[in-house]
Design a protein around this ligand. Sequence first.
Ligand SMILES: Nc1nc2c(ncn2[C@@H]2O[C@H](COP(=O)(O)OP(=O)(O)OP(=O)(O)O)[C@@H](O)[C@H]2O)c(=O)[nH]1
Ligand SMILES: [Mg+2]
Length: 387
Amino acid sequence: MIASRVNHVIRGSLAAVGLFSFLKRQKDRRASDGASEITSDAATAAQTSVEIRADTADTQLVEASVEPPPEHGIDAGVEVGLEAGLGKTRSRFRDNLLNFLLGDKPIDEDLLEELESQLIMADVGVVATRKIMSSLGASVARSEVGDSAALGKALRRELLALLKPVEVPLEIPDQSGPFVILVVGVNGSGKTTTIGKLARQMTEGGLSVMLAAGDTFRAAAVEQLETWGARNKVPVVAQGSGADSASVIFDAMQSAKARGIDVLIADTAGRLHTQANLMDELAKVKRVLSKLDPTAPHETLIVLDGGTGQNALAQAQQFHDAIGLTGMAVTKLDGTAKGGVVFAIAESLGLPIRFIGVGEGVFDLQVFEAEPFIDALVDVGAPVDVA
Ligand SMILES: Nc1nc2c(ncn2[C@@H]2O[C@H](COP(=O)(O)OP(=O)(O)OP(=O)(O)O)[C@@H](O)[C@H]2O)c(=O)[nH]1
Ligand SMILES: [Mg+2]
């Protein structure tokens, strides 16, 4: 009951921003049983993907064969609204950042310095904090902001100005081939989980989805994706562990094309930017995809663990420099007080923040929207009226 209510809320939010508005003309063509389809697609892929198949002559495409787990635990979800989902970060903003703005204090250097320190401590980052402080300082100098309460309001405006430009939801256009999302990031950032959540939301939005198990490092990684595939009733294209990642994703793309799938989401192994061979592997994935569709991948999405604070910022920058990103998802905001890093990320990279993860459950992925995000941090029940 709770799950379906949460689901409704999230879908409402997706509809509000026009996400996944592309409705499937191909829905009728979707297979009711992915296994045989995938197998026959594998045969097609084997005939056509000459260059890639050379790497993987011994591997077989398989389909997720695991039984969907019972509808509890991760699937049942809990009601995680933004306020609860951002709980610790919200406390940090309210308790540390806003509390000292309480009352009718005059604005002096001490107050501004204190605000600056609190922003840094809230993981907003040095550069974004400087930008905010310089704007606030200018407002004070122009006598537009006269007391601490007005400063609170001005702060909210500055925070919004940072986030608004990166509020660019992912839209799936009506196009002839599959829309390909390549998901990248460091180990354990939440890539596979985010893919699972996204697959559910997209299928519920009426899109046909296929997953590609491009993390071929560990058998467990393939199984994890297959479990999400079974849970969401979407086909998963995989090969044995140790297979060539680009090959798996290439085959999946062919399969998705052959089946008229709307969205192909490709998982990849976690990696550090310093692992040159692994970064090259991602570049290769992009290259081979573009052979099937010069515009693919249509989205290169980095998944960042919000709990890693400023490290997340560095990771995004490094991946962007190495392979070019088009969007970000920031996960695990439910378990951290470092959610202020979202402001640092927004300021420094200017890349769209597509989604935020606020829990492990299938429904705990939200489309990123700047204003509700800020309201959850500084508005609701906050000691200072900063609306
Ligand atoms: N609390 C919370 N946990 C999350 C969230 N997203 C992912 N996780 C958890 O983080 C852990 C790692 O998630 P994965 O999806 O396996 O991460 P990954 O990036 O695929 O990891 P590798 O494949 O090993 O690189 C799992 O226990 C997930 O349940 C989130 O938004 N909130
Ligand atoms: Mg993974």
